[in-house]
Design a protein around this ligand. Structure first.
Ligand SMILES: [Zn+2]
Length: 269
């Protein structure tokens, strides 16, 4: 009997570490407790802001915060309606605009968003920014970072706990984190974004922006602009992944589902 115990334990471990993605219902593995993800996120976010220049363009900074808060409110409403508000427990939202020519953006666990000034060239207006904001917040709410980080801990470190990894292999763990959240492009440790994660973020993001009062049809032109940017885009926005035409076709297919949310939004922008 003793022989089977580790197996039973590890099966139990994976069962309790499994959760369900909102909207798509896909089962996913998250071996890292949300609280641990968030404390690491808040630390990393603080460090990032300290080492990067915040935009002083008042109009653009105000727009980032306004769009962020509207998508936040829509996300909270959506999650409450789905009985999934526990996914947002411990969130401490923040929306910052950082000066960088890179056309990039991300949202860490707990709602910590950074928009790079370089992406404003592609978002063009507030609705374009809502596409990016919705997409990035969707990655966080769907816990894609936790899933990517969990996969990294399992494949690279044999499934050890995050706290152990941080203690014993701090540099490797740091690199894993950077890769999981799209910060590792320059370090060459970026994990590839899976098509599953990207299409889930597109799907949920369209609903969030529509509920917040932004026309989801505008997502099509944003992705067209982004894809025409060529090879200069960071991995999160690479024109080749998922394939350009596939992404735009899928967004077209999702619009009939997203539009009613926009039509019944209390306010439209
Ligand atoms: Zn994405």
């Amino acid at each position: 009997m003793r022989f089977y115990r580790p197996l039973i334990l590890s099966v139990a471990f994976f069962l309790v570490s499994c959760s369900t993605v909102p909207l798509t219902g896909r089962r996913q593995i998250n071996i890292i407790p949300a609280g641990q993800m968030m404390s690491m996120s808040f630390q990393q976010y603080g460090d990032f802001l300290k080492t990067h220049e915040l935009s002083k363009d008042r109009r653009q900074v105000a727009m980032v915060k306004r769009v962020g808060q509207r998508i936040q409110a829509a996300t909270e409403t959506y999650m409450a309606e789905q009985n999934m508000s526990d996914r947002l427990a411990g969130y401490d939202w923040a929306f910052n605009l950082v000066v960088s020519p890179e056309p990039n953006a991300w949202c860490m666990p707990g709602g910590k968003v950074v928009i790079y000034t370089g992406i404003l060239e592609y978002t063009k207006d507030e609705t374009g920014l809502a596409v990016v904001m919705g997409h990035e917040i969707a990655h966080a709410v769907a816990k894609h970072g936790n899933e990517r980080m969990s996969q990294g801990l399992i494949t690279q470190m044999g499934g050890i706990a995050l706290s152990e990894a941080l203690k014993n292999k701090p540099e490797q763990t740091q690199a894993l984190w950077m890769g999981a959240f799209g910060l590792g492009a320059q370090l060459g440790v970026m994990l590839p974004y899976s098509r599953t994660h990207e299409s889930e973020a597109d799907h949920l993001g369209l609903i969030f922006m529509a509920m917040a009062g932004y026309n989801p049809e505008k997502a099509v032109s944003f992705w067209q602009r982004m894809n025409s940017s060529g090879g200069g885009a960071p991995p999160e926005f690479l024109s080749t992944h998922p394939a350009h035409e596939t992404r735009i076709r899928k967004i077209h297919e999702l619009l009939p589902e997203a539009m009613p949310y926009y039509q019944s939004a209390p306010q439209k922008y």
